[in-house]
Design a protein. Sequence first.
Length: 230
Amino acid sequence: MVFAGCGSVVVNLNYEKVVTFPGIAITWGLVVMVLVYSLGHVSGAHFNPAVTIAFATCKRFPWRQVPAYIMAQVLGSTLASGALRLIFTGHENRFPGTMPAGSNFQSFALEFVITFYLMFVISGVATDNRAIGDLAGLAVGSTVTLNVLCVGVISGASMNPARSLGPAIVHGKFKSLWIYIVAPILGTICGAWVYNIIRFTDQPFHELTKSGSFVRLTRSSGTSRSSNSS
């Protein structure tokens, strides 16, 4: 995810902005969508430490697995950022991380809002078996694209601590990094809990959170709809 997303940023900076800002937003959305569909049945489509932590707070994901997932996410981001730095050397060595364009408060607020929005959507398509599971990847990827288009030029639209940590570690740029760790975690936790509070269903909560992946949710949703039709 980071290789494709940050790669589009580096290419855009080095080659006369050929990718364009909307192109970068679409790249992030597409890579998230592709990964959800290709790996959702393997790992539950967890590419974001903030999302993993938010699911754990809702008892949607086991706490004992959280450290391993976060380490894998940060390691993957760091390796991807390192690969980009090795490929684009010299004057092409550009920082593809996230930095506030305005004040820290402004970026913190924006990161909180967009991660709240992202987690609200994820909770809707991934923890509620009444949702159309086949569209989970499209819904999440579209949300990422929308968020980048809305606030990318101001805060960088990280939404993901690992996405910001990898480039920061490789390039040694840690200024305002705390924003992209704290705000997404708070935003996703609030987004997950707000969705759980406003959901309306007669089914017990544990019945809505049995599945650990988008694919299994899709199958269970299909079975449920078939039974209801019968």
